[in-house]
Unconditional design. Structure first.
Length: 167
């Protein structure tokens, strides 16, 4: 079924398949002050509703995973259509790193101490419960300690492009 001759079980084929699936865009934030960092992901989801627990997959070589491990917290900031520039900043486009990625937006905190985007569509504040290292990534399970519900529709990423989803 793969037309470019790639190994149908390989990482290139998996990337090609996953690019066809739209994913909600979130910024995972962690750290404090100048030690803040974060990453744009489409891999944040609820592990369970009872008890409230989130799951996020982070690259072990990213700057985000060490901050999550050190501070023991993270926030899943669900982005809306007005956040495309912010999504790109936290994805590393433009070369911004660490606390520089927070420029151009207003931030606050809830309970865990993780940075929370004030105008996020929603923000889910978590304390790390467990981290499972597998291959290139870490599966981080977070106990939900706070939730902030904003306004607007969400942002979806598919095939290398962002798409707004109306409310």
């Amino acid at each position: 079924m793969i037309s470019d001759g790639a190994d149908p079980r390989g990482s290139d084929a998996l990337k090609c398949a996953l690019r066809r699936m739209g994913g909600g865009v979130s910024v995972i934030t962690a750290g404090e002050g100048e030690e803040r960092t974060g990453a744009t992901v489409t891999s944040a989801t609820a592990l369970s509703i009872e008890p409230p627990c989130m799951l996020v997959s982070l690259n072990r070589s990213s700057s985000t995973w060490p901050a999550v491990a050190r501070f023991g917290h993270f926030c899943v900031n669900i982005l809306g259509h007005a956040h495309e520039i912010l999504a790109n900043q936290f994805a590393g486009r433009g070369g911004l790193k660490g606390a520089e990625r927070y420029r151009g937006a207003e931030w606050t905190q809830l309970i865990s101490g993780a940075p929370v985007l004030q105008d996020a569509v929603a923000a889910v504040d978590c304390k790390v419960e467990e981290a499972i290292e597998r291959y290139s990534h870490v599966i981080v399970l977070g106990r939900v300690v706070g939730i902030c519900i904003g306004n607007g529709g969400s942002l979806v990423y598919r095939g290398g492009r962002y798409f707004p989803i109306a409310e």
